[in-house]
Design a protein around this ligand. Structure first.
Ligand SMILES: *[C@@H]1O[C@H](CO)[C@@H](O)[C@H](O)[C@H]1NC(C)=O
Ligand SMILES: *[C@@H]1O[C@H](CO)[C@@H](O)[C@H](O)[C@H]1NC(C)=O
Ligand SMILES: *[C@@H]1O[C@H](CO)[C@@H](O)[C@H](O)[C@H]1NC(C)=O
Ligand SMILES: *[C@@H]1O[C@H](CO)[C@@H](O)[C@H](O)[C@H]1NC(C)=O
Ligand SMILES: *[C@@H]1O[C@H](CO)[C@@H](O)[C@H](O)[C@H]1NC(C)=O
Length: 141
């Protein structure tokens, strides 16, 4: 009786641990928030203080300017920061926005390499990077 109880307990602990590690690898809206805050931190110039004042972890990501979320999955589906005079680089973290369908960063002054991580986004259908200063090639989607 005592032994089977111990066995049951050990099994329950194993299942809980496994469940916990599984949960830790499933991306959620916090993953999206981290990716967008990484983008914000790579923007060196935001002359109109658009993101500086609006993209704050004190307000929900889905209410941030330029962000659209899926109400069903509660994940970011569109990012539109076009024509905001933003200057900076696009960090690889944007490749974690696994529900992203539409990306519009046109008519800003982003430079550097366009991260290959974005090519892994399976739902991405619309991408507008027109009028920026990227070097190298934009990975094919
Ligand atoms: C997102 O997942 C992490 C674990 O990876 C968890 O700690 C966090 O509470 C989750 N956030 C939401 C909003 O579900
Ligand atoms: C951010 O901008 C959106 C859209 O203009 C607005 O609805 C929201 O209230 C703003 N949030 C903050 C914290 O300023
Ligand atoms: C590009 O951005 C500038 C600055 O925000 C704006 O004045 C201009 O109308 C934009 N041009 C296009 C083609 O969207
Ligand atoms: C997101 O992406 C970056 C760079 O590609 C990575 O370092 C980071 O660990 C990723 N995961 C999360 C949950 O932010
Ligand atoms: C790209 O960089 C060049 C030279 O640094 C600059 O003249 C040009 O205005 C930039 N283009 C944009 C869209 O920022």
């Amino acid at each position: 009786m005592g032994r089977s109880c111990n066995l049951f307990f050990a099994l329950a602990v194993l299942i809980l641990l496994h469940h916990h590690t599984l949960l830790a690898t499933v991306p959620n809206i916090s993953t999206d928030e981290a990716a967008l805050l990484a983008l914000k931190s790579h923007i060196s110039s935001d002359p109109n203080n658009i993101l500086a004042s609006n993209w704050s972890s004190f307000s929900p990501v889905c209410s941030w300017i330029g962000i659209t979320c899926s109400s069903r999955y509660h994940r970011v589906t569109a990012l539109d920061i076009s024509s905001m005079q933003l200057h900076g680089i696009i960090p690889p973290h944007l490749g974690n926005l696994s529900f992203l369908v539409s990306l519009d960063i046109s008519n800003d002054t982003f430079y550097g390499d366009f991260p290959v991580e974005l090519a892994h986004l399976q739902r991405l259908k619309l991408i507008n990077v027109r009028s920026n200063n990227f070097t190298g090639t934009i990975p094919l989607f």
